[in-house]
Design a protein around this ligand. Structure first.
Ligand code: NAD
Ligand code: GLY
Length: 365
């Protein structure tokens, strides 16, 4: 369900007792009344990083008003999304004697959100947290849906938990300071929603490429809102990824191989996903599901946002090994998200292995 007011829009995640709103709009970090409504705890730990803190921490703390606020400022980067950094957050929670009534506020992108969320999921067997995403990727994807995790040196997001936030507060104005490459990486996840679930949204994205590239307020608001609506619909049906939710991973199994092979942080997550979506589209062509023209359309859309469409030259064999580490391996068979058509993805495990190997050979060669 979506409701609109003058300043922000709300998309609801409907999960019974774990339901929560996603609030989307410019300037929400300065809206004390809205923050007071959605962040109830008197004791807070704000988790952020060294890049975001100088930009937004003071504004958020001022708006949160008169309560106890502790902070932890992490080093910046995917390479710090580790058990060690997670342990540091827990150390601070313990040192500051924050108890079960305290809540964590995750101020940042997906790296901060995933780690702060995992700390909230595990500290004293689970405390509340609120996502305040500041990257486009986090606003359209990682802050929504309750997946939290840290990386293992050999596989991404291998240690984590499902733990839904109490609210997501997405201040779209924070995107104005986002580096271009990070913004484009977020666009990859926006485009993903069109590929997997909404051909009409894909057409809208194509018609609004220039506005999105220019970070036009209205275009960005629409893209964030529609992406969150689609994610809300999918998570509302399948919170713990027993089935449908896996389609949100279009391009991710290929992408995780890229991220792991090149070292976390070399390729941005969204860049790896973009390239992975091209590979998924290509394999879908080889299986006769979509036409070469449809695959070319996926490539063109991503290229128009300056996203990479070719994998690093690690070789098909190595890529296949790394894909085997993915969480989507079930009973020894790698499940993949492929395109039945543009706007409809499916999770499949009964594809031709030869077609997969040919795809990997061509894209990672
Ligand atoms: P990120 O968190 O590393 O942020 C990208 C960069 O932008 C960082 O350097 C960050 O400090 C900086 N930054 C953040 N906000 C800024 C702002 N407003 N202005 C200037 N700089 C800013 O990367 P990301 O793309 O947000 O997230 C990627 C992570 O999200 C990956 O670890 C991925 O696995 C995870 N992820 C999780 C889910 C999920 O469902 N939990 C979904 C998708 C991705
Ligand atoms: N980003 C994939 C998911 O939330 O399920």
């Amino acid at each position: 369900m979506t409701s609109a007011s003058t300043n922000y829009q709300t998309v609801d995640i409907a999960l019974g007792a774990r339901s929560y709103p996603i609030l989307i709009g410019p300037g929400l970090l300065r809206d004390s009344a809205l923050l007071a409504t959605h962040i109830a705890a008197r004791d807070l730990l704000i988790v952020t990083n060294e890049t975001i803190a100088p930009l937004y921490l003071q504004t958020l703390m001022t708006s949160l008003g008169d309560r106890r606020i502790e902070t932890v400022i992490l080093p910046d980067g995917e390479s710090y999304k580790t058990l060690e950094t997670f342990g540091h957050i827990v150390d601070v929670l313990i040192d500051k004697r924050l108890n079960r009534d305290a809540a964590i506020v995750a101020l940042g992108g997906g790296v901060v959100g995933d780690m702060a969320g995992f700390a909230a999921a595990s500290y004293q067997r689970g405390i509340d947290y609120i996502q305040v995403p500041t990257t486009l990727l986090a606003q359209v994807d990682s802050s929504v849906g309750g997946k939290t995790a840290v990386n293992h040196p050999r596989a991404k997001n291998m240690i984590g938990a499902f733990h839904q936030p109490r609210a997501v507060i997405a201040d779209t104005r924070t995107l104005s300071t986002l580096p271009d490459r990070e913004y484009r990486a977020g666009i990859a996840e926006v485009v993903k929603y069109g590929f997997i679930h909404d051909a009409g949204f894909l057409t809208w994205i194509e018609a609004n490429t220039a506005a999105l590239n220019a970070r036009d307020d209205q275009a960005v608001m629409h893209a964030v809102r529609r992406s969150c609506e689609i994610k809300a619909e999918i998570v509302g049906v399948d919170e713990r990824e027993h089935g449908l939710r896996a389609i949100l991973n279009l391009g991710h199994t290929f992408g995780h191989a890229i991220e792991t092979a090149t070292g976390y942080g070399t390729w941005l997550h969204g860049e790896a996903v973009a390239t992975g979506m091209v590979m998924a589209a290509d394999l879908s062509v080889r299986l006769g599901w979509i036409s070469p023209a449809e695959r070319d359309r996926t490539v063109l859309i991503l290229q128009r946002f300056g996203l990479p469409i070719r994998g690093p030259a690690i070789g098909g064999q190595r890529a296949r090994e790394l894909m085997g580490m993915d969480k989507k391996v079930l009973g020894g068979k790698l499940r993949l998200v492929l395109l039945r058509q543009l706007g409809r993805a499916e999770v499949v495990s009964d594809y031709s292995t030869a077609a997969l190997e040919d795809t990997l050979h061509d894209h990672f060669g």
